[in-house]
Design a protein around this ligand. Structure first.
Ligand SMILES: [Zn+2]
Length: 88
């Protein structure tokens, strides 16, 4: 079983950042499936590349764990620059 840990942060209110922090490989496929081209078997590939999730072997099955990080403080709004007075 391949385990992927994803950290989700919100640097600002309107942005979401997802970052992969760890990948733990599951190992070799236990049930490779054949690939046919014009009726001839060409080769075997990992079942995780071909079959739906519920039919994959335990080594190919992907498990994603989402870790929420603590909210960060939002940066202060930029200060106003000068005044826009027009005297002419
Ligand atoms: Zn497999």
């Amino acid at each position: 079983m391949t385990r992927v840990t994803v950290e989700v942060t919100h640097p600002t209110r309107w942005a979401t950042v997802r970052r992969i922090v760890a990948v733990e490989p599951g190992g070799y496929c236990h049930g490779p499936v054949p690939v046919y081209v014009q009726g001839r078997r060409v080769r075997f590939i990992d079942c995780g590349r071909r079959l739906p999730r519920d039919e994959q072997c335990p080594a190919c099955r992907l498990v994603v764990t989402v870790v929420q990080s603590a909210p960060t403080s939002e940066p202060a709004a930029p200060a106003a620059i000068g005044s826009a007075s027009r005297r002419s």
